[in-house]
Ligand binder design. Sequence first.
Ligand code: G3I
Length: 351
Amino acid sequence: MRGKRFVTRAGRPVAAVAVLTIGLVSPALAAPVGQPTLRQLGDGAGISIGSAVRDYAIQQDSRYAGLLGAQYGMATPENEMKWATVHPWPYVYNYGPADDIVSFAVAHHMQVRGHTLVWYQQNPTWLTNGAFNRSQLIAILKSHILNVVGHYRGKVSQWDVVNEAFDDHGHLRHDVWLDGIGPDYIAMAFRWAHQADPGAKLYYNDFGFEEGGAKADAIYSMVAGLRAQGVPIDGVGFQMHISDPDDFNSARLAGEMARFNRLGLAVAVTEMDVWLRPPGAGPMLDEEAGIFRGALADCRSAADCHTFVTWGFTDRYSWVSETSPPDGWALPFDSNYAPKPAVGAIEAALR
Ligand code: G3I
């Protein structure tokens, strides 16, 4: 394990610079000779095929790095750009883990989705327990966004600027941002992100609204309002954590994507996984494959959906089995890196 590398506010390294141990593409894990990779199929269909990525897995697991670099065209740091990691103390930015992922992506000609600038989870206690007043919180949020987005200017093609601002009933969540600044924090965050990197596409990202309902309506009203005010928002991310395969409804997803597209916003699938219960085998894998295929087909058919990211790619590293056992088997490749039926389904949806 490499030591932590902190940088100052100005972004200058103060400790050892990362020695990149990038896993080069292992021929054994690339597509068989003559067969296109997921990424190549995605390029042909105009869709970036991506995965959430863990820095430690890139560093420690050459099979992980090899398959990722061979098959995927986009990387989202799973945790490494969140406040608790990247901004652990008031004037300390810790870019090492996220820099590793961005360097891996650059070396493998992958795009990066930045995740995430404003969220109610994974915030450092200096922030959440700081008892800051409104103007202090505004200054803290502005400084954070300008620093982080500025650090990755030109290297991150899409940012999840605000993540999961709404609860399941469509109400803004009470957190440090809403309670300390008020609902304006959302527009502020988008404006500062655009200021720091005018070339990055800026997204609002959330889960559990792909089939409509109060939460979807609240998100729709919010982003429509941002558009009307001239706030620089480019898209809406559908996370697509499908915790019950029976719940997936392709037609409703297509309908939701269409109405956000009609606002002039892009849509993207940003964190997809499909949770299976034990034994996670047999026909369940075919059902899972059908859901990945259905969601990707909806993205392909949408007026503006060019990003399809799963929340990891191998069952070896998945937040589902880690946090919600006995559920698991949620990703396209199994825990030994063999393709599950979902891989063929994704390929079919892209052909
Ligand atoms: O970094 C600490 C480590 O120091 C400590 O030893 C270890 C002990 O458990 O915990 C580590 O932190 C964990 C962190 O992931 C980094 O590995 C947290 O416990 C763990 O809760 C955290 O989980 C992440 C979760 O967000 C946090 O809520 C998941 O990996 C990550 O997949 C998940 O991702 C979110 C998206 O950002 C937003 N949408 C939902 C999605 C799933 O919850």
